[in-house]
Design a protein around this ligand. Structure first.
Ligand SMILES: O=C(O)CCC(=O)C(=O)O
Length: 290
C-alpha cells in the first residue's frame, strides 16, 4: 500500500487516516451540482482547468527569481528546481510575476467563479506563491483566521505550478471539518492579527484531526493545470515534501465583487499581516476547549 507523509506522520493511503480525493470534472458544467458538491465534500478538485503550458511558464518565471537569488542548486537545470545548499525557499511577496498573474487572474478561473458564485467575482491582489522545501509541510488550519475581515463567502483556489507527487507533498484536506461547529465557533472566530496568536496553524498533529475530531484526510497527486477549491472553514494542510526539489504552488482568493473585502489583501501594495503572532495556539485551544 502507498505510504504518504503528513507533517511528521506516515500513513497508508486508503487506510484509517487518509484517502484519495475525488475530482469534479464530471459535473463541471453543472453549477448547481458543483455547489452541492462543495457543501458535501468541502472542496472541488478540477483537473486541467488551466492551460498546462501557461502554468509551467508561470513556474519558470518564479524559478528564475529563485535562481538569481542563489537558492537553486547550480548543478541542475532551473526547471528541476533542485534546492540549493542552505536555501529556504519561502514565498514571493513583492516580485512582479506577470505570467503567474495571467494564470491566476485569467479568464478560465474568473469565469469559473463568476458562475459558481452567481455574480461578478474578484480576486485578492495578494497571491501566496510558495516554494516549499525539503521536510516542510503546512499544518492543519482554516483560512478564515488569516483573511476573514470581509465576506465569509470567500474561496481559496490552490494551484500547483508543477506536477506534484505524493512525495513532493501537495495540499491535503480534512473531510468533514467544515462541519466542526465547536471549532468554527472558537478557532474559526480568531483573527491572527487582531488576536496576535500564532499563525502556524490549529494543529501540527494530523492524527488528532482523525482520532479526536472524527475527520479523515484526503489528498491526491496533482498535475500542472489542476486547481483545488475550498471554503474558509475547511481544515487543510499539506503532505511533507520529502524530495530535493521545491514544491511550487500558488494559493489565491475569490469572492463576489459586491461583498465586503478584507482590506489587508487588496490594493497596489497590500498591507498583509501586521502582528508577529506571539500568542500560543496551545493556550488558545485550552481556553476554547477544543
Ligand atoms: O501550499 C500549502 O502548503 C498551503 C496552502 C494553503 O494553506 C492554502 O491554500 O490555503
Amino acid at each position: 500500500m502507498k505510504k504518504v507523509m503528513v507533517g511528521e506522520c506516515e500513513f497508508e493511503l486508503g487506510g484509517k487516516y487518509i484517502t484519495e480525493m475525488r475530482d469534479s470534472n464530471d459535473i463541471l458544467d453543472d453549477t448547481e451540482a458543483l455547489r452541492e458538491r462543495m457543501q458535501e465534500d468541502g472542496y472541488l478538485l478540477i483537473r486541467g482547468l488551466h492551460d498546462r503550458n501557461e502554468v509551467l511558464e508561470a513556474r519558470l518565471e518564479g524559478l528564475h527569481i529563485l535562481n538569481d537569488r542563489g537558492e537553486l542548486d547550480p548543478n541542475y537545470p532551473v526547471e528541476e528546481a533542485v534546492i540549493g545548499a542552505g536555501s529556504r525557499g519561502g514565498m514571493y511577496t513583492n516580485e512582479k510575476l506577470p505570467k503567474l498573474q495571467k494564470v491566476v487572474e485569467g479568464h478560465r478561473i474568473m469565469e469559473f467563479f463568476d458562475r459558481f458564485l452567481g455574480g461578478e467575482s474578484m480576486t485578492f491582489d495578494f497571491k501566496w506563491a510558495r516554494n516549499v522545501g525539503k521536510g516542510e509541510s503546512s499544518a492543519a488550519h482554516y483560512d478564515i483566521v488569516y483573511m476573514g475581515r470581509g465576506t465569509k463567502n470567500l474561496y481559496t483556489a490552490w494551484t500547483p505550478l508543477c506536477d506534484i507527487s505524493y512525495e513532493m507533498g501537495g495540499v491535503c484536506v480534512c473531510l468533514g471539518s467544515q462541519n466542526l461547529e465547536k471549532i468554527k465557533q472558537t478557532y474559526g472566530q480568531m483573527d491572527v492579527d487582531r488576536d496576535d496568536i500564532s499563525g502556524e496553524g490549529f494543529s501540527k498533529d494530523p492524527i488528532e484531526m482523525v482520532d479526536k475530531f472524527g475527520c479523515k484526510w484526503a489528498t491526491t497527486e496533482y498535475r500542472a493545470g489542476d486547481v483545488l477549491i475550498f471554503g474558509m472553514y475547511l481544515m487543510h494542510g499539506s503532505l511533507t515534501n520529502t524530495t530535493n526539489q521545491f514544491r511550487t504552488s500558488v494559493d489565491t482568493r475569490f469572492q463576489l465583487r459586491s461583498e465586503p473585502v478584507d482590506e489587508r489583501w487588496v490594493g497596489a501594495k497590500p498591507r498583509g499581516h501586521y502582528q508577529s503572532g506571539k500568542g500560543s495556539m496551545e493556550e488558545a485551544r485550552a481556553k476554547w476547549g477544543v
